[in-house]
Design a binder for this molecule. Structure first.
Ligand code: PBG
Ligand code: ZN
Length: 340
């Protein structure tokens, strides 16, 4: 008994003893404020105007551009595994589809509006989110309508983008998510939804803090939406601009956003945490973008780490920072990984 007594004598503060709290896998899971669940995941989908298309995107491993006829067969097993939500992106491949005004964005016979109707009819429990932007549909590839000098015409862009959002909502989208970054578009969309009498049923998710940078390359390959000249630095936020992001978040809350999104995710965890603080009564979404997904795949392929381990680590960081919704190309993988 005397040897026992000496072996437990601890010189420092008893609060130094932490290991007990995470010695068991279940106890480790209790240490997280939020655990990834299937309900948190939104899966981005690229929908083309060629109905039978199913083309892999080289820079985005395991992701495809799909035509309307391919969507239901592809999604059926995912919905069975617990897929709750998708985010639609239109990819017009018809060479005549693009013009300076992005006219094809709300074409009732275009892929997005057709896909909204199809998925609403086929999958009654699937939540349909739609990205709202013009860059996939404009001949110049910018996210709005341009002035003569090549800069964005904010007034015309907001007018057009809010019309497009309304068209998606009227077609049955549960959620519209403007990613264009024109000033005032959240307010304009909200007002049109109110005017149309559907604002109580359509959620407005703002890409409030969307930063410019190198991480959207694979997406622009997938969507054919790279700008034909210049870049997006005058409307997407500068990566160092934490104050600007905070102002954009506060503004979009005031303009009627229902969810605030931060994008990209892993390089901007401080912004996710700012969003959680500034919009503390709202859900916060984070978009793990194409470049983040492609980087994790490339590093796993190079033997740097295990793909699944890193996919979970990346989302743990995103959830810990404050997000409760994750838009991710890993969604089909997570549906498998979270089932086992
Ligand atoms: C369209 C849009 C983009 C993304 C989402 N909506 C591309 C861009 O802004 O250039 C990026 C998503 C990704 O990289 O996965 N504005
Ligand atoms: Zn855009």
């Amino acid at each position: 008994a005397s040897t026992r007594a000496t072996s437990v004598s601890i010189s420092g503060d008893i609060s130094s003893q932490l290991h007990a709290g995470y010695s068991h896998p279940l106890a480790r899971s209790w240490q997280a404020e939020r655990q990834l669940t299937k309900e948190m995941l939104i899966y981005p989908l690229f929908v083309t105007d060629n109905p039978d298309e199913e083309t892999p995107i080289p820079s985005l491993p395991n992701q495809y551009r799909r035509g309307l006829n391919r969507l239901v067969p592809f999604l059926t097993p995912l919905v069975r595994k617990g897929l709750r939500s998708v985010m639609l992106f239109g990819v017009p491949l018809n060479p005549n589809a693009k013009d300076p005004l992005g006219t094809a964005a709300d074409d009732p016979s275009g892929p997005v509006i057709q896909a909204i109707r199809l998925l609403r009819a086929q999958f009654p429990n699937l939540y349909i989110t739609v990205d709202v932007c013009l860059c996939e549909y404009t001949s110049h590839g910018h996210c709005g309508i341009l002035c003569d000098d090549g800069s964005l015409n904010n007034t015309q862009s907001v007018e057009r983008i809010s019309d497009v959002a309304l068209a998606y909502a009227l077609a049955g989208a549960h959620c519209v998510a403007p990613s264009d970054m024109n000033d005032g578009r959240v307010r304009a969309i909200k007002l049109k939804l109110i005017e149309a009498g559907i604002s109580h049923q359509v959620l407005l998710m703002s890409y409030a803090a969307k930063f410019s940078g190198s991480l959207y390359g694979p997406f622009r390959d997938a969507a054919g939406s790279a700008p034909s000249f210049g870049d997006r630095k005058c409307y997407q936020l500068p990566p160092g601009g934490r104050g600007l992001a905070r102002r954009a978040i506060v503004r979009d809350v005031a303009e009627g956003a229902d969810i605030i999104m931060v994008k990209p995710a892993s390089n901007f965890l401080d912004i996710i945490s700012d969003a959680k603080e500034l919009a503390k009564d709202m859900p916060i979404a984070a978009y793990q973008v194409s470049g983040e997904y492609a980087m994790i795949h490339a590093a796993a392929k190079a033997g740097v780490f295990d793909l699944k381990e890193m996919a979970f680590e990346s989302t743990q960081g995103i959830l810990r920072a404050g997000a409760g919704i994750v838009i991710s190309y890993f969604t089909p993988d997570f549906l498998d990984w979270l089932s086992t």
